[in-house]
Design a protein around this ligand. Structure first.
Ligand code: GH3
Ligand code: MG
Ligand code: MG
Ligand code: MG
Length: 312
């Protein structure tokens, strides 16, 4: 374990450090509460052993600050054990109320300290497993299972924040809605499994085109999502008209370039898409409004013969 030991008395710190190291732990030492808060943020320890009386900042205040910081993070919780001179019930109550999880007497016999640390290792291991599982769940919850793109729910969440910023800064905003042409016929002709493969490939091409636009700074922070069924959305915050047109063109080409055979797609013989592109010089009104415009443009692209982009 990585243990942050917070103790101002040098003699105690030296003895504790030597003991903890002899149990196989890494020890980071802080001489007061203020240094402890700084080192906690940098080192992300598995356990904090916290003295109470210290100069500059005492253990109670340091614990408060650490707990406040954890409250701003997801899945953050570091066990804090107070180090006390005597193990009275009054000390225990004060420690817990200050946000500590337990307390240890500084005069604990070495084997008892060893045993306590073994228990803390088990908690640390479980904590790591839990936060890994939570991160994985969090990641899964924002992705569409078939394509791996952001799902609609996550897109709506990101959009909310992007739209707020755009309204505040009066910055431009672009939305692309992309729909695969004659996809029902594709499914009917090639089967649903092949249809799913096609959706994955189109999603990947869309994602790659977006990433490439972001990395060449054509767009900044553009992202894609599966909007529903065989429809995808590309959100382009801070868009210029030129960047919207350019990315719409490259997405259209990227899907064509996949060259996925589609015998029932007019005379093209390959999978193509129709794209509706809505653009605002200055974000205003509601996010629903710009989506409605993109949808209208998409319908126009379909009505005008498919395999094209329409702007609005
Ligand atoms: P259009 O060119 O006008 O867009 O015609 P279309 O056939 O693509 O449009 P329509 O909305 O009639 O059909 C969409 C099809 O997309 C129907 C549905 O079976 C298919 N689809 C939606 N989601 C999935 C999916 O997850 N997997 C597969 N294989 N097909 C899907
Ligand atoms: Mg002290
Ligand atoms: Mg559709
Ligand atoms: Mg379609």
């Amino acid at each position: 374990m990585k243990i942050l030991l917070v103790e101002d008395a040098r003699a105690i710190a030296t003895v504790m450090t030597a003991r903890l190291q002899s149990f196989g732990h890494e020890v980071i030492l802080a001489e007061n509460g203020k240094i402890a808060v700084e080192k906690y943020q940098k080192a992300n320890p598995d356990l904090i052993l916290m003295d109470i009386e210290m100069p500059i900042m005492n253990g109670f205040e340091a614990t408060n600050q650490i707990r406040e910081h954890e409250a701003t993070l997801q899945w953050a919780w570091t066990p804090i054990l107070f180090l006390t001179a005597s193990d009275t019930s009054e000390n225990l109550i004060t420690a817990i109320e200050a946000g500590a999880d337990d307390f240890l007497s500084k005069t604990l016999p070495e084997p008892v300290l060893h045993a306590k640390m073994k228990a803390m290792v088990r908690i640390a291991a479980l904590r790591q497993k839990l936060s890994a599982a939570n991160r994985k769940l969090h990641e899964l919850a924002m992705r569409d299972g078939l394509t791996g793109l952001f799902n609609r729910r996550h897109m709506d969440m990101l959009l909310d924040a992007e739209w707020k910023t755009a309204l505040q800064k009066r910055s431009p905003f672009g939305i692309l809605l992309l729909d695969i042409d004659n996809f029902k016929k594709y499914n009917d002709h090639y089967g649903h499994q092949t249809g799913d493969d096609c959706l994955r490939k189109v999603a990947q091409a869309l994602h790659n085109a977006t990433e490439s636009a972001n990395s060449t700074r054509l767009t900044q922070g553009a992202f894609t999502a599966r909007y529903g069924g065989e429809e995808f959305a590309l959100v382009i915050p801070n868009a210029s008209v030129d960047s919207c047109e350019s990315i719409a063109g490259s997405v259209l080409d990227a899907v064509r370039d996949l060259g996925i055979p589609h015998a029932k797609n007019a005379d093209w013989g390959i999978v193509t898409t129709s794209i509706g592109c809505a653009y605002l010089n200055v974000a205003s009104d509601t996010i629903a409004g710009i989506f409605r415009t993109a949808d209208t443009c998409l319908y126009r692209a379909k009505n005008n013969g498919r395999n094209r982009v329409e702007f609005g």
